[in-house]
Design a protein around this ligand. Structure first.
Ligand code: CU
Length: 186
């Protein structure tokens, strides 16, 4: 009788201890991703692939890509293959930080969601800037920009002066021609 009570107590205690651990162990989890978390890419990715611990259910697999302004980036529907889900990126990603958010279902039916970021830092933008005249890229770009806008602002007065000068020159020339004709006539 006593032994039975002890065994029952031990069994109940074991069940109690194991109970909280069981759901966590049954939950799905992200194992790896391409692009990887916090990756800094020089070439924009054309797809995002997430590999999970458990098989994915295509009906309950969501992968959303969004940009730094939290605007959703158009992608294809998630293509599920076993434990991996892939979305293709419809537009070419410009430089910036992107967030991959996912929501999948665990084997026990409970949803699991998470997100991570990666950065696209391709050489496209620096190459488009004016030829590298000096070492300090940022400073030289600012220095180049400033004179251009200053010249643009100064364009007004010189143009007016030139136009005014032309009018004066024409008047002088006209008067000279008239004088010459009068002299020849007389
Ligand atoms: Cu669960």
């Amino acid at each position: 009788m006593r032994t039975r009570a002890v065994v029952a107590f031990a069994a109940a205690l074991t069940a109690l201890l194991l109970a909280p651990a069981t759901p966590a162990a049954a939950h799905n989890a992200l194992q790896s991703a391409t692009p990887a978390q916090d990756a800094r890419l020089t070439v924009a990715p054309t797809s995002v692939t997430l590999r999970f611990l458990q098989r994915l259910n295509p009906e309950f697999t969501t992968i959303v890509l969004s940009d730094a302004d939290r605007q959703r980036v158009p992608t294809g529907a998630p293509a599920v293959n076993g434990t991996t889900g892939t979305v293709t990126v419809d537009k070419s990603l410009t430089n910036g930080t992107y967030t991959v958010a996912y929501r999948v279902v665990s084997a026990d039916g409970h949803p699991v969601q998470g997100s991570y970021r990666f950065t696209v830092a391709g050489p496209t933008a620096p190459a488009a800037s004016p030829p590298p005249a000096s070492a300090g890229a940022v400073t030289s770009a600012d220095a180049v920009a400033a004179p251009i806008s200053a010249t643009g602002a100064d364009d007004g007065p010189p143009v007016a002066l030139v136009a005014g000068g032309a009018v004066v020159a024409l008047a002088v020339a006209g008067a000279a021609v008239l004088l010459l004709r009068r002299r020849r006539a007389s």
